[in-house]
Structures are given as C-alpha cells and as structure tokens.
Design a protein around this ligand. Structure first.
Ligand code: ZN
Ligand code: ZN
Length: 382
C-alpha cells in the first residue's frame, strides 16, 4: 500500500550508517534540494521534505530502531502524528553550521521540556484465525518471547540491593541541561546523561543474569479476545503488554496483535456482507429451486431461486452475513450470485430430451433476427 521510499535509500546511505554518515548525507542532500536553491520547483521541495523526514527518523535512536524493525508500517501509526511529517524550516546557514540536529531531535517526545519517553518498546505480532473464528469471535492465547523485567534482580540490574548509587554527573536526574546557540537563537537543550545512559544511577555490581540491563528475554503467555466480525489486518492493542522499559520505573510498551483471517472455502467478504457464487443448472433457473447449504452460524442457509431467474442475478439473504463489528446485534447479508453451470457429460437420453425441449422453448418468433433485436432492446433499456 505504502509507496514511501526507504529512508536509507532517500539519504543514500547504508543500513549500518553511523550518526556521522547520516548527518553528512543529510547535509549534502538537504543543500541540494533546499528551496532557496531551487525556487518554484515543487519536485525539489518534495525531495527536501522527504530527506528531512528520513533524517528526522534515522537520527533519533529510538525511532531508527522502530523503523528498522517495522519499516513504514509501525504499530502505533506515524511517529509524527496522524497528519504525517509536516516538514521543518531549515535555512541554508543551518546546514553549514550545526544547528539542525536539535531541530530534529525536538520533533519527538513532546514540546518544551522534551520529556524523553521511558516507556518500553511497542511490539507487533501477527496471529491468524479461521474464517469461522472471525465470524463467532474467539478467545486466543499466544506465546511470545519478550524483554521483561529480569526475575533475578526484579529489574534493578544489580546483583545486590546496595550495589546501586546515584550518578554523580547528573545527580540522579538522568538528564543534563545546557544552553546552545542555534542560528540566531539560544535554546535550552536537555540531553541524556552520558555517564549513566540517562538512568540516573550507576550499578556497581551488575546482575549476573541480565548483565545489569534489568531485562531479559522471557516467554510470556498473552490471552486476548477477538471480537466477532473482525476484519483481516485489524490490530488489537494490548496496553502495557509490550517490552519492559529500560528504566526501572518506566512503563512497559504496548503489544499490537495483527489478526489475519484465513480464507473461507467459498465466501468473500465485503464489509459485513458475504459474497458467494452458486452454480445452478438451467432447470433451476427456469422453474425455480430451493437450495440449502451449511452456514457459519450453525443453521443451514436457505437460498430460494425464483422461477425465471437469469444467470448473473444476485439473491440477497438478509441478516445472515458477518456480525457488524461496531453494532451489538446487526449482521450483514449473504449475496448469492447465480452462475449457470454447464454439465460436463450429457447422456444420449438427456440429449434427446434437450432436443425436444428446444422445440418447446422456441420463442415463437419465426425470425432469429427478431430475437436478437429484442435482446438488444432489453439490454439498452436496463
Ligand atoms: Zn537481572
Ligand atoms: Zn547520570
């Protein structure tokens, strides 16, 4: 669906590119496509924005990690919000100096105080269910391998409870604030403390099991219910069931479960309607017929073909389709397309009967051209 170009491709760098390589690539591309250098060139403007977006994501370690994992299709939607990336105003001078990084780094994690997210990462897993389960709804349980708080140190990362001390560099705040000049402005910048990686504490005796990380890969069972009528591709959000935070008091991320509905043997879905084709023979169409087939809801589906039906007509069985996902008790319809099935083999006796039948079915017109023009008139009218 997405025709968005790969961010690394946009910047023309390798997937393993360092921060510096990214910066250089961005600087040169941004200079090339800058609107001041390409006045009234919408193509260059588009490129300029594309390069900015790629750099915004790849220059942010968290966003880059998310992008590497999910591509453009990340679980929580666009990191720039519903409207997508809006572009930032960078002057050509900014591109020579070093002012532009902070413009980008302020795009994420809120305005002003730049509160850094301490939440764990979101996870996306896919899970497939049968068409019948999508119809009825289902309770599911899956097992996932996930970074959870280490059981050995209860997430502290320290082997002993007294082995943690406050980081002297940031005095336990995890962040350091300084004033920097950006173009003509002074801006207060807050950065993660490098001495403690933003944790505000230093572990003197790291936990043997998680090596001080506070987290370890664990297998976790997740139970969830799938509502009746679910559409393939729906993502169920399990709040707080994602990865544990790197920070001891940080909240865990969310788990998204993308439900994939397997195909039914004969039904296609159109919203809450179910579509199917029903092969019938000529006699069924001429004199009408009642056909019963097993159905998803447990009671048989009765299809009444009225006498004089034509192939290609649709019969609607109201109220027997999929449950409508947003209403408590509505159901869609089953739409049955009549298809004329031709017999593969015809016995000699049947051929004789058909020949007699042909005589009887004659329209009464003596002229074949009359039949043809009647048909054409009917077709044009409809
Ligand atoms: Zn541990
Ligand atoms: Zn620190």
């Amino acid at each position: 669906m997405s025709t968005k170009r790969d961010y690394y491709e946009v910047l023309g760098v390798d997937r393993k590119a360092t921060e510096k390589e990214l910066k250089n690539a961005f600087r040169s591309k941004a200079r090339k496509f800058h609107p001041d250098k390409n006045p009234d060139d919408p193509e260059a403007e588009k490129k300029f924005k594309e390069v900015q977006e790629a750099y915004a994501i790849l220059s942010n370690p968290d966003e880059r990690q998310n992008y590497d994992r999910f591509g453009h299709n990340r679980p929580g939607g666009s990191p720039f919000g519903a409207g997508g990336f809006q572009g930032v105003n960078i002057s050509v001078e900014d591109l020579f100096g070093g002012g532009f990084e902070s413009i980008f780094s302020s795009l994420f994690g809120g305005r002003g105080g730049r509160t850094r997210s301490t939440r764990g990462a979101d996870l996306l897993v896919s899970h497939s269910i049968t068409f019948e389960q999508a119809f009825l709804g289902t309770e599911e349980e899956i097992e996932i391998d996930i970074l959870n708080h280490c059981e050995n140190c209860s997430g502290s990362g320290s082997e002993t409870s007294d082995g943690i001390r406050e980081c002297p560099t940031c005095e336990g705040r995890g962040r350091i604030t300084r004033i920097e000049r950006i173009g003509p402005f002074h801006q207060q910048l807050t950065q993660d403390c490098r001495a403690c990686n933003g944790e505000g504490r230093i572990i003197q005796n790291p936990c043997n099991k998680c090596r001080g990380e506070g987290r370890s890969k664990q297998t976790k069972k997740v139970k969830f219910s799938v509502p009746p009528g679910i559409v393939s591709g729906t993502r169920l959000r399990m709040a707080g069931q994602g990865e544990a935070s790197k920070f001891q008091n940080g909240e865990p991320g969310n788990l998204f479960i993308e439900i994939e509905v397997e195909q039914h043997e004969w039904f296609e879905r159109d919203g809450s309607d179910l579509l199917m084709a029903l092969p019938v023979n000529y006699a069924d169409l001429v004199i009408g017929s009642n056909i019963e087939i097993p159905h998803l809801d447990g009671s048989s589906l009765k299809i009444k073909i009225p006498a004089g039906s034509s192939p290609g007509e649709t019969i609607t069985v109201v109220g027997r389709g999929m449950p409508a996902i947003r209403s408590r008790n509505g159901r869609g319809s089953v739409m049955v397309l009549l298809k004329l099935a031709m017999p593969k083999k015809v016995s000699r006796a049947t051929k004789k009967q058909l020949a007699d039948l042909r005589e009887n079915l004659d329209s009464g017109n003596s002229d074949i051209t009359q039949d043809i023009s009647d048909e054409a008139r009917n077709r044009r009218r409809s």
